[in-house]
Design a protein around this ligand. Sequence first.
Ligand code: FAD
Length: 587
Amino acid sequence: QNSERPSQDACAISPKAIVSDACASYSTLERLNRNVKPALDDLTQTTDFFSHYRVNLFHKKCPFWDDGNGMCGNIACAVETLDNEDDIPPVWRASELGKLEGPRARHPGKTVQKEEPQRPLRGGLGADVGESCVVEYDDECDERDYCVPEDESATSKGDYVSLLRNPERFTGYTGVGAKQVWDAIYRENCFQRSSFPHSAALGHDTAAKGPAAMDFRAVIEAAGRQQALEQQRQQNPLTPFVAQTGLELEDECLEKRVFYRVISGMHASISTHLCWDFLNQTTGQWQPNLDCYVSRLHKFPDRISNLYFNYALVTRAVAKLGPYLSEQQDYTFCLGDAAQDAETRTKVLAVTEKAASVPQIFDESLMFKNGEGPSLKEDFRNRFRNVSRLMDCVGCDKCRLWGKLQTAGYGTALKVLFEFDNNVKPQVPVLKRTELVALFNTYARLSSSMEAIQKFRDMVMQAEAAEKSEERLREAGEAHVIPDQAKKPQHAIVPKSSEAAPSEAEDEAFEESESFEDRSRTIKAEFDEELGRVIKAFKYVLKSWINFPVTLWHIILSELERFWQYYLGLPVSPRSWAFDPPHVDEL
Ligand SMILES: Cc1cc2nc3c(=O)[nH]c(=O)nc-3n(C[C@H](O)[C@H](O)[C@H](O)COP(=O)(O)OP(=O)(O)OC[C@H]3O[C@@H](n4cnc5c(N)ncnc54)[C@H](O)[C@@H]3O)c2cc1C
């Protein structure tokens, strides 16, 4: 995997930056998404054509390793969720969450199609589903396909499944089984890069051997070597960390980078959905899980960047396809139901026109042109087919459904971009219903991932802001709280042991009301004290004025006596009076 380690700079994604290998900035893509999303949701959620997908979920074996009944046969590959799943209600267990829901309809085999052409299926998807918009008759692959050619036998054509009844979300599918699939995708099917020591050391060439010839034991061995390298790196930090940052990717040629970005962007979109629609297996609540987002995506801006890249790539494919789906081109969505057909077309064109509103978003004409580019096309296609085959090794039905749909969706986008050149020789693309449904639903997945990522980003910012303000309050509290507490009244109320202890909030409210009473008591006391002093001073001054004539008479008499002593030549007595300001004590 390219991005094992969190990026140094988790804020590397800035709105004005151009998404690598695309021609638009993050903010342009977000603005476009706000414009396209309502039409895309309307198309994929309200039309029978786009809300049902034909998929072969149960009749194909994993071609690369023994997967038992759709699950990895090895005990080590068992789905692991909680330490002990017995502790949670059965309906929240991974095995239940991963099951498909709702009625399904079998695809009619070739014989049935010949006998009963264009006859809607009965007893399948439910009374309110216009099955003439759902059932598909011509579904042969051609050599330009990036999808896996289906088996010709009638049983392998699969079932029609309601995508609305089976949303992509957390299923609890994890552990060795899931890791085995992702490892096989990255290690064996992405182009071998100098940045992958294990792949390079393996010297595998899956294209040369043929896609099905992938040797999974080699993947396990490679994983072992990777682990050894990891240990070595921990012991000696100078050991070059070859793989895991997005930087090495820039050294690869465009085609190899695009391949990797498509896979990583798809993985990022799956992770976003399972984090956004997450089941808390303790409470049974479906809710966004911020920790899940932070640990899988926020710390890895390159993964988010790859998701945005995929949005640009699929937008370009949808925009390019638009003119071929218009009325003039005679594409029929619902056989034998003109009204539904017209309604579906209007909704499709609403999406394709909006997707075309940003003209330069991804330039496919640059690919398979220069350097080793032209020679890579076949290899590119084979590797992509191999990835789509690996979806049969996914051990959870719902994950397999969405894994298959999205690989088919990207496969269709690549086919539209690289196999149909509307400039050179205009031609009507041969697209099957399954491909169209996969393409538009993959676009809708990316669209909702982008919206969820923006909401998650806001949640991270809010959490960081709350943490900062709490820190500031704590710092401010350390400066002021102690003197306040020193002033606290001594009559603390201790709850009776039988009563519940008051919560922190109750304590604070209580302390607030206490200190308010104290404060009002103090002010009143100080006012009374001051008033008493004023009254005393007033009394003192009044008494002095009343006594003044008597005091003055005593002073005059004592001064006359002292003058008489002086006149007779007798020793003069000391003064018996003095000017003395009043003392507070006298008040
Ligand atoms: C095809 C498929 C579909 C799935 N669908 C669902 C689903 O619908 N619901 C559900 O709950 N689970 C689903 N899973 C399982 C899910 O994808 C994870 O495998 C699981 O949740 C375990 O996650 P993890 O943290 O171990 O890392 P994983 O997601 O399993 O990743 C494995 C390793 O790949 C690397 N990596 C992770 N993301 C990226 C990226 N974007 N780009 C590059 N490298 C990356 C990391 O090194 C990581 O350790 C699906 C698995 C597969 C293979």
